[in-house]
Design a protein around this ligand. Structure first.
Ligand SMILES: [Zn+2]
Length: 242
């Protein structure tokens, strides 16, 4: 029972994270000195700069916080001085602002961890959640499921409009009628049809596909095109619920 309680807490924390990421971060994006781009395996990468001193490299601090206890488990620092072509293309100074820190996840206990980065005392945008080991969640039908991370995927949205659905409306490729907070389109070679998939605390079912949905990409169904546009293109850790 103790295990279950902690997992419910975890699920609640994820829901809260969804709320925080969905609202607070975009509002702050203009003020932050960089972005935490990704957590891929042990590698945590992003970029940071001091716009008033673009010739100098800033030091980045990455913190790893246990979401169950709220305790900061470790801090890692690295200079943000790697060349990034994409930053140059966006007109961000010399582009020498990339950073990477290595987080040895195998030394961490199973759990869910919040990864945040700071430069010049300010938080970089797009904090990430990383899970270690298997975790359990309560599904909406009350059954427990084990989570297995499939990694960080590109996530986009679609709706029943003719442009998004290619004229299919709510009719999915599996015959199911699409509904919000439930239906996702996947590449069935990567995520088999019928899989239950958790993204940012919501458990979806893989029951559709799309011409543009290839590889590590999930297309999330929304009721309206406005919600679809507001969602845009994001990246999120995708979990298989078993
Ligand atoms: Zn649409």
């Amino acid at each position: 029972m103790k295990r279950l309680k902690r997992n419910q807490l975890f699920f609640g924390t994820l829901l809260m994270m969804t709320f925080l990421l969905g609202t607070a971060v975009p509002a702050l994006a203009g003020q932050t000195p960089g972005v935490l781009d990704c957590v891929e395996g042990d590698s945590v990468r992003g970029w940071a700069w001091n716009s008033s001193d673009p010739a100098s490299a800033v030091e980045v601090k990455v913190t790893v916080t246990n979401q169950a206890t709220g305790q900061t488990e470790a801090e890692y620092t690295a200079p943000a001085d790697d060349y990034r072509e994409d930053l140059v293309r966006k007109g961000t100074g010399t582009g020498n602002y990339g950073f990477e820190v290595i987080v040895p996840w195998e030394s961490y206990e199973d759990g869910s961890y919040l990864v945040e980065a700071y430069a010049s005392g300010m938080k970089l945008s797009s904090p990430k959640v990383h899970s270690v080991g298997d975790m359990q969640v309560m599904s909406s039908d009350g059954s427990a499921g084990t989570l297995r991370s499939l990694g960080v995927f590109k996530t986009t949205g679609y709706c029943p409009c003719s442009a998004c659905s290619e004229g299919w409306g709510r009719h999915t490729s599996t015959g199911a009628i699409a509904s919000a907070n439930h239906t996702i389109a996947v590449d069935p070679r990567v995520i088999p049809y019928g899989s239950r998939i958790m993204i940012n605390g919501v458990i979806y079912t893989a029951e559709d596909r799309g011409g543009a949905v290839k590889g590590n990409h999930v297309d999330i169904f929304f009721n309206t095109h406005g919600e679809t546009r507001a969602y845009g293109t994001r990246s999120a850790e995708v979990f298989l619920v078993q």
